[in-house]
Design a protein around this ligand. Sequence first.
Ligand code: ADP
Ligand code: MG
Length: 390
Amino acid sequence: MNPDSSSAAGTFEQVFGAPPQGVWAAPGRVNLIGEHTDYNAGFVMPLALPHATVAAVSRRDDGVLALASDGMPGGPAELRTDTLAPGVRPDWTAYPAGVVWALREAGHTVGGACVSVTSTVPAGAGLSSSAALEVATALALNDLYALGLTREELATLCRRAENAYVGVPSGIMDQMASACCTAGHVLHLDTRDLIRRQVPFDLAAAGLRLLVIDTRVTHDLADGGYAERRAACTEAAAALGAGSLREIPHEGLADALGRLPDARLRRAARHVVTENRRVERVVELLDAGRPRDIGPVLDAGHVSLRDDFRVSCPELDLATGAARAAGALGARMTGGGFGGSALALVEAASAETVGRAVTGAFAAAGYRTPRVFEAVASAGARRLDAGVPG
Ligand code: ADP
Ligand code: MG
């Protein structure tokens, strides 16, 4: 599972016939709490997974971007950097090509590159393989072209690549998580201004574990469900005369709900406003050294996503319900929803029992076998090899 610089370099050499100039890694993430808040200028709390996307990269100055992934069949795709345009290639290459496009649009010199990608982040599981791919590419180009961009600037450009080039209207959480998380911490991020704090998150020391349950139900954030939820949030904020739902304080929620014209907008507003409060509550509890007590807050987050925001699905409800029934301290869906992954906070001693209970419940329901693994807060994006000076 750990990203391996030499095997990524070996794969690059097989594809491109020479060793890479460097190897970079960017992790997937799981969001502890703060869901569907990042496009409402609200709070999120992701941690980086040990699973990462590794990009072995060499610079080339002939205007060609050559892209290969061990997860994708066929030889490298070759694109010309000066003809990159949104919507031209609606396949996986749009993610790294979009990064090059966004960098060039922002006025940075990126002539070309050979990129070979290997990854241990499951794609489409709500664990942000897309941001891992973008951020690994961006960090490599930042070093190889000596662009001098900060992690925040790289994350912002990667988000632009995903929004404008790939065409997925996601918020900034995934890219900031992959670029800025640090080992042993969960990232408390204010998506309004990107102010952030690394909150210590050493569950093992407290005798706890965080389990991720990948339901293996594939979601598609580009489909209507996500866009429809975003639209409801925008409409609700506008109806309240606010720039975003972030501006509605928790104390003012009852008043705000009374001013909204229909149930759809009320449900959207109630989820976002209460979810922002839940993030603050989890930060308070972690700072107070009470990690067990975040369990009920995670549970409440799931109920809000299921009943108000309506982005859960039977597999996510079963995963969280079975985990709780088997002794989890709290469980919630994580990521955009409509499939993807759930997480469960468990006593270390009951981790196996909970994992078995969830797997058994899926088998009994006739669902695909879920993938259950532990999320240990890991490092954010980084260069893996000593390599040439960047
Ligand atoms: P998530 O980010 O939750 O994993 P997305 O739908 O946002 O799901 O992104 C998944 C897409 O990202 C894949 O369908 C593929 O196009 C691209 N992708 C992610 N990882 C890789 C990889 N290692 N190689 C090629 N494409 C990848
Ligand atoms: Mg994604």
